[in-house]
Design a protein around this ligand. Structure first.
Ligand code: PMV
Length: 331
């Protein structure tokens, strides 16, 4: 009896131009293109083991056996991969995040990227980066951006086979830092999958989507030219546009809490005083504070002093998702 096993390590990513809303929810085809930076320091390591001996799929996340929706979502993703490999073997998945759980840091990007690469390696599918990115997208849209490394773009396309992310600058291109100001929070009422489905109920979404090519171009050029001020202005504008859509959806999605806003205004004040710093916020209350690495220590101290900030996590531009041990077969 043979078991096929492989592991993968993946970095999470932070979107500078956000993906919000799908033109096809089932296929996770985005309404608009997005740009992100992979995050070394916020990572997931996943091992997938396929065996004829297993009678059901299992999923252990951060040492806790998963059931219900989390297990079903993992299994559904593995079903795509099993179909490609023409395999009916059940899988046992063990996954661990390098960042603390329960602080509202989404792990779906690094989680589905690592799961995709581990499972495809274990089943020896021999896929290239584009194909892996396309498959990761089916698990979680933003996961497709965690497959390549560095600074990455995922364009909006009509064709599901062309919907994958590609890098346009490597991790060493620009020494940026993402300091995640974790703010005291209760719970996230609506996750991103539910949120994407609500985007079109906001009258602002069509204007936001129509304007995306402009924001993508400004952001891509700012990164290419390492122009921090232009980057700061465009990522904040983009975040505020996405949260404008969220807040005006029906039902309304309001992810911010008072400490979120305290961090935002603090960041704006610091920038006014000449420090290269900007904020961006995903579907949650935590604030990603973007700066250059030489300001890391100073900003971390500074952010920790804000009322309601419970922790500050640090990440720098990260590498592509990699298989750690390829298709070990135990007999
Ligand atoms: O990949 P999802 O379904 O978790 O959606 C990600 C949505 C945002 O984080 C808010 C934006 C983005 O582009 O990452």
């Amino acid at each position: 009896m043979t078991e096929r096993i492989a592991s993968a390590r993946s970095c999470s990513n932070i979107a500078f131009i956000k993906y919000w809303g799908n033109r096809d929810n089932a296929l996770r085809l985005p309404s608009n293109g997005s740009i992100s930076m992979n995050l070394r320091g916020l990572e997931t390591v996943t091992t997938a083991c396929f065996s004829k001996r297993f009678s059901e799929d299992r999923f252990i996340l951060n040492h806790v056996e998963q059931s219900g929706e989390a297990l079903a979502r993992m299994s559904k993703h593995i079903d795509f991969i099993r179909e490609m490999a023409q395999s009916r073997e059940r899988v046992s998945v063990v996954s661990e995040n390098s960042f603390p759980t329960g602080v509202g840091i989404a792990s779906s990007a690094s989680g589905f990227a690592a799961l995709t690469v581990a499972a495809c390696s274990a089943l020896e599918l021999g896929l290239n980066e584009r194909e892996l990115s396309r498959i990761a997208r089916l698990g979680s849209g933003s996961a497709c951006r965690s497959i390549p490394g560095g600074f990455v773009e995922w364009p909006a396309t009509d064709n599901e086979h062309d919907s994958f992310a590609s890098p346009f600058a490597g991790p060493d291109h620009w020494a940026l830092v993402d300091l995640v100001a974790v703010v005291s929070e209760r719970h996230k009422a609506v996750g991103s999958t539910g949120g994407h489905a609500l985007a079109s109920t906001s009258a602002l979404q069509s204007a936001r989507v129509a304007d995306t090519p402009r924001r993508l171009m400004i952001c891509r050029e700012a990164i290419t030219n390492k122009d921090f001020l232009t980057l700061a202005n465009i990522i904040e504008e983009d975040t505020l546009m996405m949260h404008g859509v969220m807040m005006t959806s029906r039902p309304s999605l309001i992810y911010w809490n008072p400490p979120t806003m305290a961090v935002m205004s603090h960041v704006l004040e610091l920038r006014m005083s000449g420090i290269p710093v900007a904020f961006t916020i995903d579907a949650g209350p935590n604030v990603h504070v973007i700066s250059t690495q030489d300001y890391s220590d100073m900003l971390t101290q500074n952010l920790r002093g804000i009322n309601g900030v419970t922790d500050v996590l640090r990440a720098v531009p990260g590498d592509p998702t990699v298989a750690i041990t390829e298709h070990l077969a135990f007999s």
